[in-house]
Design a protein around this ligand. Structure first.
Ligand SMILES: [Zn+2]
Ligand SMILES: [Zn+2]
Ligand SMILES: [Zn+2]
Length: 57
């Protein structure tokens, strides 16, 4: 396993508790989100891809 130095950041969605690597994060306006739902501000439905997370923008 190669040594990887990945920066981990909290999802920029206010209520979201998910931590994402900048490598995999969904970037919107220079903010990192854990998924498209968060990045889009939960227009369609609350919650995110991660079980137990009740964020809704
Ligand atoms: Zn989440
Ligand atoms: Zn999120
Ligand atoms: Zn969210």
């Amino acid at each position: 396993m190669a040594s990887v130095d990945v920066e981990m950041v909290k999802c920029a969605c206010t209520d979201c508790v998910c931590i994402v690597s900048l490598e995999k994060a969904v970037m919107r306006e220079e903010r990192a989100f854990c998924c498209d739902e968060c990045a889009d501000g939960h227009k369609d439905h609350p919650g995110c891809e991660h079980a137990g997370c009740t964020c809704h923008g």
